[in-house]
Design a protein around this ligand. Sequence first.
Ligand SMILES: *Cc1c(COP(=O)(O)O)cnc(C)c1O
Length: 379
Amino acid sequence: MSMKMFIYADNAATTKLDIGAFEAMKPYLLSEYGNASQPYSFSRKSREALKESRKIIAECINALPEEIYFTSGGTESDNWAIKGMFFSNRNKGIITSEIEHHAVLHSAKAVEKIGCDMVYLKPTTEGIITAEELSGAITGRTGLVSIMTANNEIGTIQPIKKLSQLAHKIGAVFHTDAVQAVGHIGIDVKDLGVDMLSASAHKFNGPKGVGFLYIKKGTPIIPYIDGGAQESSLRAGTENVALIVGMAYALQKNCRCMDANINKVRELEADFIGLLGINGNKGIIRNGGNDTLPGIVSLSFGNGDGEAMLHRLDLRGICISTGSACNSGKSTVSHVLRAIGLDEEYAKGTIRISFGKDNTKEEVRYIANEINKIVIDRG
Ligand SMILES: *Cc1c(COP(=O)(O)O)cnc(C)c1O
């Protein structure tokens, strides 16, 4: 009787590959398989595609093409930024925050174990890392400050411009994990004043397993992956031309349609919040404050069970996540929710819905309806 529904509302975990990006990749997976580093004419297409992709990506974030370094994704870019800076100067300390993605946080823990002086900044209850907080921690011995552009669990957008200015005052390098932001909100590396920025293609409708690290010219970083002379001898390994072409296509498309996408997703988000009647207070909190990424809605239910809600929605054909996809399967409370000081009870009852440009009003209504049923069933 009932039609089998499928609604994807977990766009912060990954996004659907853009069909145009897929088509753009195909020739480089099949006929144009030449190694981009080889000098013969057969490799010219690969080489040119690489060059063109670098240029497209640079334009999208207002960087120079030679400041874009291709990597295997957000995780590698973050590892490189943290470990590469530590290994380039072991006498300097690093400041990051308690709400970073594990790619940054666990890289920080790794260098801390081998002697790096690490500081983890506390966010406000809304999830903001304030300039005051950074001011209080920064010293002449700080070599790197790494603060994410926007949080993947609760969506909070950070005051990166102010934070990077503070870092530069004492001569520290500033890195930002912009994996959730790139392709979704306007990113201008010059305006933000960042020296390094991580991005990942599969978070903006590109393929999985590819990303980039923007490194401003002159930033003192050493390679993280050693080997051949690819990527100006800073990131070795035969370039995955197909994935890189797909990434450039997807980013350019998202950047060209950005205003329309933002408007659409914001509208879906507002509809969703309205349908849930959160403001009427049914023991529901929305996390992340007022300045959040379009489409990311983190909800905490008093006495709720996020895991159980995820499974119940899954039975109804809806994909959402609990606090963070990386934390699913583990019953520990997410480090982000703990850092913003959320009650244990609410933290356990947290789900994240992340809408994307392909979601519809009908889908939003269906999800809100299913969540409302769960809330009513709980009494
Ligand atoms: C997804 C994500 C990453 C990891 O990127 P991958 O390409 O999946 O390795 C890092 N940081 C943030 C904020 C993310 O959302």
